[in-house]
Design a protein around this ligand. Structure first.
Ligand SMILES: Cc1ncc(C[n+]2csc(CCOP(=O)(O)OP(=O)(O)O)c2C)c(N)n1
Ligand SMILES: CC(=O)[C@@H](O)[C@H](O)COP(=O)(O)O
Ligand SMILES: [Mg+2]
Length: 627
């Protein structure tokens, strides 16, 4: 099948290849990636861009002892191919299959787990300093993209790294693209470095000229040295890093295996913190991906000949984008913020029509929240649209900069609940927990797309901090119910005595289906849409407490800190005497895999919930007594 790749089962197998054979291997790897990812889905463009880089890394370093940290880790497929996992690639991102990100339990060659952006420099520095403390000997390399470098954590890592003299290499994989447009000063600085030869020729001449300037007299000396240094730093590529105390090298062609290997070997002999700037092409080797790397950043299954067909499916993200658009049409003081996820969050729709009011801050969620707070104090109505999992890193900004001042910032939290194939680092199953502790913050979750529209409309005139959480994927419309403007109150979709299911978000649809399956057995069940998670609806709590013998709660969130645990406490406080059972995710990290498979594994599928409720009602099993 593959003349060279079939014989690569461990990194040391690379050593026997000539340069020409290495080029052939690179071609085979690209062919393999395109074919395999077209069947499984995954992160394609980023991995096509790092083939030669990864080959060079594994040619120079021995990752049975040297440590390579891949930032975000979505571009680690080539690394996985070279480290004995080729045969498993057909299981990529599937339940119990290969993860799409580095996983320590998968391989000794995966030294640090990633998934959230901008962690690799801090992690690599920690590994390096740990090595130094233990007087150990191995190399440490952090591979970070130009997008990930815009993350504050990366800059914190660089700042600290530059103050040490530890031996560590940062490789900046600069493909002039994350999945956002170039954002901010750092991107511009990188652009200047990688731009036309003229700039680079100019900078080289300037350095030669400055170095040749004779310095005379004491005053002249000081002035000349200052001029010399400032001019040198002004024109020298990588001044940004050099100023931090990190020796800058490059840029080198990230597709020239021989040059990268040469550079890495040279750098191995240079002590202290270093950064190698590598220029790559995202999507290289597959025209569709090369021409449109953002569309091929994360792909579902596709036809190689035809390329990815964009989905026409109505998603909660597009509903959010369209609803914001109608608000933006009416209100020129509404502004949306994204942290490098403009299309993933459905804001591309908004950007087309209101580009000046859609701010992409790069991968900088903490900054995005505090920026929103600042905007709010200037009379703007700010919306930060963000994946639940990525919002985790902005907890203090929500608390300290938004809620404490009770500012009218709205957080549209996409990808709330299980997200499926991205796994542990991406499931949005902790947000109720970390947000519920924050005073002044209201948390809502719509049962369907109609209620999401209502909630976003409600947010526009709501003058306090508000978080609206909604799931990844296809938007449903449970339109059999009357639209209701009292969104802070729970919706009693079906009223029955004795037995109730209280559900949030996408689990309301499940509750309705359980009611229908129970009705076939002659069991009548009330269904309550607890659409305002915080504050809870005290009148509904009282009504449940007074009229129910069995209460079941449904959520796609971990139990601790989630809706169910809070409902149980509220019922207890209200004097409820009866039986209670929560259907929540366990207090664990949930692995990757198809969402339906995960829901079934953790007992949140319709059949399991139905069976468990029957066991409670008929056999008095599996519930808690609240009294
Ligand atoms: C904290 C955080 N925010 C957002 C993301 C989503 N995300 C994944 S990859 C990516 C872009 C990374 O760009 P870059 O580092 O340049 O890598 P490339 O894909 O270009 O190789 C983003 C924003 C994330 N993984 N983590
Ligand atoms: C690697 C990363 O963090 C993003 O690319 C993420 O995988 C996108 O997730 P969605 O596919 O849910 O947009
Ligand atoms: Mg990039």
């Amino acid at each position: 099948m593959y003349k060279y790749l079939d014989n690569i089962n461990k990194p040391s197998d690379l050593k026997r290849l000539s340069l020409i054979e290495m080029d052939e291997l690179a071609k085979e790897i690209r062919k393999f990636l395109i074919k395999s990812v077209s069947k499984t889905g995954g992160h394609l463009a980023s991995n096509l861009g790092v083939v030669e880089l990864t080959l060079a890394l594994h040619s120079v370093y021995d990752t049975t002892k040297d440590k390579i940290v891949f930032d975000v880790g979505h571009q680690s497929y080539v690394h996985k191919l070279l480290t004995g996992r080729k045969e498993k690639f057909s299981t990529l991102r599937q339940y119990e299959g290969l993860s799409g990100f580095p996983k320590r339990k998968e391989s000794v060659h995966d030294c640090f787990e990633t998934g959230h952006s901008s962690t690799s420099i801090s992690a690599g520095l920690g590994i390096a300093l740990g090595r130094d403390f233990c007087k150990d000997k191995f190399k440490v390399v952090s591979v970070i993209g130009d997008g990930a470098l815009t993350g504050g954590l990366a800059l914190e890592g660089l700042n600290h790294l530059g103050s040490t003299n530890t031996d560590m290499l940062v490789i900046l994989n600069d493909n002039d693209m994350s999945i956002c447009e170039n954002v901010g000063g750092l991107s511009n600085s990188l652009y200047n470095i990688r731009m036309t030869k003229a700039y680079r020729k100019f900078s080289k001449n300037m350095i030669n000229f400055i170095s040749s300037v004779p310095v005379v007299g004491v005053k002249a000396t000081n002035a000349a040295v200052r001029i010399k240094d400032s001019l040198k730093h002004m024109v020298m590529p990588g001044a940004f890093f050099e100023e931090m105390g990190i020796k800058y090298f490059g840029p080198v062609d990230g597709h020239d295996y021989k040059s990268i290997v040469h550079a890495l070997k040279e750098l191995n002999n240079i002590e202290g913190p270093k950064i190698l700037h590598v220029l790559t092409t995202k999507g290289k080797g597959y025209k569709y991906a090369q021409d449109n790397p953002s569309d091929y950043h994360g792909v579902s299954k596709f036809d190689i000949a035809k390329g990815v067909i964009s989905s026409s499916q109505l998603t909660y993200s597009s509903v959010a984008g369209n609803t914001l658009n109608s608000i933006f049409e009416r209100d020129s003081k509404s502004v949306a913020i994204t942290a490098a996820m403009i299309s993933g969050t459905g804001l591309d729709i908004l950007f087309e029509k209101h580009s000046k009011r859609v701010i992409d801050v790069g991968i900088a969620e903490e900054h995005a929240v505090t920026l929103a707070a600042g905007l709010a104090t200037s009379g703007i109505k700010p919306y930060f649209v963000v994946y639940s999992t990525f919002l985790q890193r902005a907890y203090d900004q929500i608390l300290h900069d938004v809620a404490l001042q009770d500012l009218p910032v709205t957080l549209l939290i996409d990808r709330a609940g299980l997200v499926g194939e991205d796994g542990e680092t991406h499931h949005g199953v902790f947000d109720i927990g970390f947000l519920s502790t924050i005073p002044n913050l209201t948390i809502m979750s719509p049962r369907d797309l109609v209620e999401l529209q209502d909630m976003i409309e409600f947010s526009h005139s709501y003058n306090h901090p508000l978080a609206i959480r909604y799931p990844r994927g296809k938007a449903v419309n449970l339109s059999s119910h009357v639209r209701d403007s009292r969104l802070m109150k729970w919706e009693w979709i079906y009223e029955e005595p004795k037995i109730a299911i209280v559900a949030i978000g996408k689990m309301v649809e499940t509750a309705i289906k359980i009611r229908e399956s129970m009705a076939l057995l002659g069991i009548k069940i009330a269904v309550v849409n607890a659409r305002c998670i915080k504050p809870m609806d005290d009148l509904s709590i009282q009504k449940l407490s007074e009229t129910m013998d069995y209460i079941f709660s449904l959520e796609d969130h971990v139990y601790s800190g989630g809706f169910s645990s809070k409902l149980k406490q509220k019922l207890f406080d209200s004097g409820y005497i009866g039986k209670f059972k929560s259907f929540s995710l366990p207090d664990e990290f949930i692995e990757h895999g198809n969402t339906e498979i995960l829901l079934s594994k953790y007992g949140l599928d319709n059949n399991t919930i139905h069976k468990n409720i029957i066991e409670c009602i008929r056999y008095n099993e599996g519930y808690e007594e609240i009294s």
